[in-house]
Design a protein around this ligand. Structure first.
Ligand code: F6P
Length: 326
């Protein structure tokens, strides 16, 4: 195998606070280890259109504290097609990029897995998503910041909820994952969380109401993980309004505010550690793995395992929320 000389780095899918810290870490660690670095703009799209720029260490100065991603991001339909991936591979050859570091969530790492298999390109993934839904890492880059943004909002909502004695449904992001909703509910002292992991098994709203949510309280907050379509919390509010007209119900959808902001120290640190580990992994000859952190140790997880949507919700967290919301 020829010695690796140049790596490409891209961010893809929904942005997440800490992605910039990861870009910085990958770039600096690569340069430290004698590699050239090329920044690929707008995710896989940049690999198809050739929007690529050589990165020196100063290109990543002053970004560790910034939310978003200096490389921009996109969800690229073309990369889903064999034709699109062929163009992407040709771009890599033309640019003399020997390996790819992909920072993104489930969809982005799935793209990396397929591309790596098709073209035998070494790809290393970093888990960058606020959803925390990748298997093989305790937390993903951006999750902690988003959780704290939710907490800040819930604390503020509680003030007005309790003044008006209202029931609030707070819809948070997470697509198919309830980590933000469940841990946001625990940390914010909410009464319940409605999460996609259980929605087909039980009527969670029914449960919540049956348990007598107003036994000892005049105001309540329920966190709802967004369903397939943003706005699912409206549906729960309508149901309560119809079935319990005595309750004064309001809905707030936090939306994209959860994706922005300065990354927390946790997200900056894991992004930095994972960035360095991704270059170490490449130099050791690892490929087609995601770098994760479990029990505070760096781990390498095969893409196929990381992206299978098999990260379980910890039952203990459900118990904590249930016991503490009486
Ligand atoms: O995957 C990250 C995420 O923020 C999800 O929680 C959310 O469902 C989705 O992205 C929203 O995507 P977009 O920004 O394209 O609307």
């Amino acid at each position: 195998m020829e010695r690796m000389k140049c790596i490409g780095i891209l961010t893809s899918g929904g942005d997440a606070p800490g992605m910039n810290a990861a870009i910085r870490a990958v770039t600096r660690s690569a340069i430290y280890n004698g590699l050239r670095v090329k920044g690929i703009y707008r995710g896989y799209k940049g690999l198809i259109t050739g929007e690529i720029k050589e990165f020196k260490t100063e290109n990543v100065s002053n970004i560790i504290q910034q939310g978003g991603t200096i490389l921009k991001t996109a969800r690229c339909e073309e990369f889903h097609t064999p034709e699109g991936r062929k163009i992407a591979y040709e771009t890599m050859q033309r640019e003399e990029i020997d390996a790819l570091i992909v920072i993104g969530g489930d969809g982005s790492l799935t793209g990396a897995r397929i591309f790596a298999q098709e073209y035998d390109v070494p790809c290393i993934g970093l888990p960058g998503t606020i959803d925390n839904d990748l298997f093989g890492t305790d937390t993903t880059i951006g999750y902690d910041t988003a959780l704290n943004t939710i907490l800040d909002a819930v604390d503020k909502i509680r003030d007005t909820a309790s003044s008006h004695e209202r029931l609030f449904f707070v819809e948070v992001m997470g697509r198919d994952a309830g980590f933000l909703a469940l841990n946001g509910a625990i940390a914010g002292g909410a009464e319940a969380a409605i999460i996609p992991e259980f929605s087909t098994e039980v009527d969670q709203l029914e449960e919540f109401i049956k348990n007598g949510f107003r036994k000892s309280k005049n105001s309540s907050i329920v966190l709802v993980a967004e369903s397939k379509h943003t706005g699912g919390a409206m549906h729960y509010a309508e149901r309560v309004k119809n079935e319990y007209p005595q309750y004064d119900v309001r809905v707030i959808i936090l939306g994209h505010i959860q994706r922005g902001g300065r990354p927390t120290s946790h997200d900056r640190i894991i992004a930095s550690r994972m960035g360095v580990a991704s270059i170490e992994a490449l130099m050791e000859g690892q490929r087609n793995i995601m770098v994760g952190i479990e029990d505070n140790k760096i781990v390498y997880v095969p893409f196929a395992k990381a992206v299978k949507k098999n990260k379980p919700i910890d039952e203990e967290l459900l118990t904590v929320l249930k016991e503490l919301s009486i």
